[in-house]
Design a protein around this ligand. Structure first.
Ligand SMILES: CC(C)(COP(=O)(O)OP(=O)(O)OC[C@H]1O[C@@H](n2cnc3c(N)ncnc32)[C@H](O)[C@@H]1OP(=O)(O)O)[C@@H](O)C(=O)NCCC(=O)NCCS
Length: 178
């Protein structure tokens, strides 16, 4: 299912024409994080100025892994689903993995992230899968872990990623699909 419409929020499959919108959502979220001193998660540089990130978003958009949430035709959130990233423990059963989730900071508190996660769950169910996993930044006060727990995910394994000059702490979470 590519289009889900409920009270003005439309979730649709993304395409290469959405790359600029996704980068803009990511840049907005980074500015928001920086303003709160939360630079440990994504640093402070723009995503749109990072050629590797731009190429990654293009790939997601081209491969059919990207979904956009829109209000009145304006992108207000994005989610990317697919295979798990290599730096987390492998699942012991077939799964769908959330590779990216971001919402427009002007629409914070509207539950758009939750709607996108529910859409990912629906996609997983359509594929006959029983497991949805996601990972997130585990540093600072662990607020992002609490966000995913509030969305019905359970924390499983913590992990770390070696960046150029520091260790990036991550947390894997899962939502089991009954
Ligand atoms: C995570 C996200 C997609 C959730 O979207 P949403 O459903 O619209 O939810 P909100 O933006 O209202 O955020 C919910 C709560 O999580 C907190 N939160 C969200 N992202 C956070 C982050 N990266 N670090 C710390 N806290 C965060 C918010 O401050 C808010 O807390 P509150 O309820 O105490 O006000 C969205 O907040 C976002 O884009 N965050 C920045 C980018 C990000 O971290 N993406 C997830 C990467 S794993």
């Amino acid at each position: 299912m590519d289009d889900v419409t409920t009270d003005q929020l439309v979730i649709r499959a993304g395409d290469p024409g959405d790359v600029a919108a996704v980068l803009s959502l990511l840049d907005g979220a980074t500015r928001w994080l920086v303003a709160r001193g939360r630079t440990g998660q994504w640093g402070s540089a723009s995503h749109s100025g990072n050629p590797r990130r731009v190429a990654q978003v293009r790939r997601w958009a081209t491969d059919g892994d990207l979904y956009l949430a829109e209000r009145s035709g304006v992108p207000v959130g994005a989610i990317v689903v697919g295979d798990a990233v290599p730096h987390v423990p492998r699942a012991t059963e077939p799964e769908l993995y959330v590779n990216l989730l971001v919402t427009d900071r002007a629409h914070a508190g509207e539950g758009i992230g939750g709607r996108l996660l529910d859409h990912a769950e629906e996609l997983a169910r359509e594929q006959g899968l029983g497991l949805l996993r996601v990972d997130c930044y585990a540093g600072d006060d662990g607020a992002l872990i609490r966000y995913y727990e509030s969305q019905g995910f359970t924390a499983t394994e913590p992990f770390t990623v070696q960046l150029v000059n520091r260790l990036w702490p991550g947390q894997l979470l899962e939502r089991r699909l009954a």
